[in-house]
Design a protein. Structure first.
Length: 343
């Protein structure tokens, strides 16, 4: 039995932020994540059931110091029992922040039910508000549905509502100021994300990356970015205050998630469970610990907690290795795409 409490690792980091993938399937095919065709889905009997998810969250919160839950995927809205899962977790943990990261396809008709079941807030992936660019990046023509979903989520109180945009050179990078103005006008918190090597096609190239520094430059041609006074507190996004260049008026904030060029691994507080119940201590871990098979074999809560602790103890220092560097010669891209890990 590890002698420490909670989900501690060898480098002194403690994971308190649990990210659970509800399903590996998705109804979009973003170029930086999934292939155009193919990618076999997990059969239903290999997905964690609502009761299994509920039990693991209970162990995380009650035994291991988990303080926040994020539901992700694949696309969590594709999981038929989504409302049931949220309601079950909420009934066990009335005060737990439960958020969801989603592409918002089909959200318009479900936002209210999700909020009523106990979801606290959502983050929506939105790379462009231009129909053609959106369709090119996601390989699906669903922009209208996504915008309707965002509006419904805000109306249902799933706030603060954050937007995630991955910038791709020559595709949507020139639209970054446009997207920012749109987000500010609507009161959403936009974050620009550096693309990581997690795409199924393995086409990521460091030279093509739109870096955080380049994003700041792009935005600074239109607005003034200043430091945000709030404590970052381990969050991946560095926040900036956005002011009008003409009047100096504060328009809102923008975040930049610089996973490649300004990594935040030394302050990482994440523990992940994939849709088929494997613990991934790091997004880029090559070792996966199969918690679900122990659960299905009859392990009790204490044993499952111990396995989880063991998996987290050996969490790599950064980027799945002993050092940071998604462009380092010894970095090995995981076999799984972001959709199959649970982003
Ligand atoms: N390096 C790294 N990047 C991550 C990790 N998890 C998510 N990301 C990136 O951060 C982006 C935003 O993730 P979200 O799921 O919206 O969550 P978040 O920004 O951590 O959470 P909040 O700000 O609390 O809402 C994702 O699109 C990924 O590109 C991680 O564990 N490591
Ligand atoms: C894998 S998705 C899962 C949830 C949902 N389908 C969505 O898109 O929000 C979670 C997040 O990962 C991000 N993502 C996917 N592939 C990425 C990559 N190669 N680099 C950086 N972020 C990536 C997406 O932009 C999204 O914000
Ligand atoms: S980023 Fe999200 S929406 Fe896009 S393909 Fe991956 S899982 Fe689907
Ligand atoms: S790459 Fe790994 S260690 Fe770094 S922030 Fe992401 S999950 Fe944490």
């Amino acid at each position: 039995m590890p002698e420490h409490e909670g989900l501690l690792d060898r480098f002194g980091r403690r994971a308190t932020d649990l990210r659970i993938s509800l399903i590996d399937k998705c109804n979009l095919r973003c170029t930086y994540c999934m292939p155009a065709d193919g990618l076999a889905w997990l059969p239903k009997n290999r997905l964690m059931s609502p009761e299994e998810i509920r039990r693991l969250v209970r162990i995380g919160v009650r035994e291991l110091g988990v303080r926040e839950l994020r539901l992700t995927g694949g696309e969590p809205l594709v999981r038929a029992e989504l409302v049931e899962i949220i309601a079950a977790v909420r009934s066990d943990h009335p005060d737990l922040p439960i958020s969801m990261t989603t592409n918002a396809v089909g959200l318009a008709s479900r936002a209210k039910a999700l909020a009523e079941a106990g979801l606290s807030r959502i983050n929506v992936s939105l790379d462009s508000i231009h129909q053609e660019t959106f369709a090119e990046l996601t390989r699906r023509d669903f922009l209208d549905q996504v915008l309707a979903g965002i509006e419904a989520a805000a109306a249902a109180g799933l706030t603060p509502l954050k937007l995630n945009a991955v910038l791709m050179r020559g595709l949507n990078d020139h639209q970054a100021p446009d997207l920012l103005h749109w987000a500010l006008e609507h009161g959403y918190e936009l974050r620009f994300i550096e693309q990581m090597p997690l795409d199924a096609d393995h086409i990521w190239r460091r030279e093509k990356l739109v870096t955080a520094a380049q994003t700041r430059e792009l935005l600074s041609e239109h607005v003034e970015l200043g430091p945000d006074p709030r404590n970052r507190d381990g969050a991946p996004a560095e926040r900036f205050t956005v002011r009008s260049r003409e009047t100096g008026e504060v328009l809102g904030t923008v975040g930049i998630i610089a996973s490649v060029t300004e990594p935040f691994c030394s302050d990482c507080r994440r523990t992940r469970i994939t849709a088929e119940g494997k613990i991934m201590s790091c997004l880029f871990s090559r070792e996966e610990f199969d918690l679900l098979s122990h659960l299905r074999a009859g392990a009790d809560d204490a044993e499952l907690a111990l396995r989880w602790q063991e998996a987290m103890w050996v969490k790599p220092k950064a980027h799945g290795m002993g050092h940071v560097g998604l462009d380092a010669p010894d970095f090995v891209q995981p076999d799984r795409s972001m959709s199959a890990i649970g982003g």
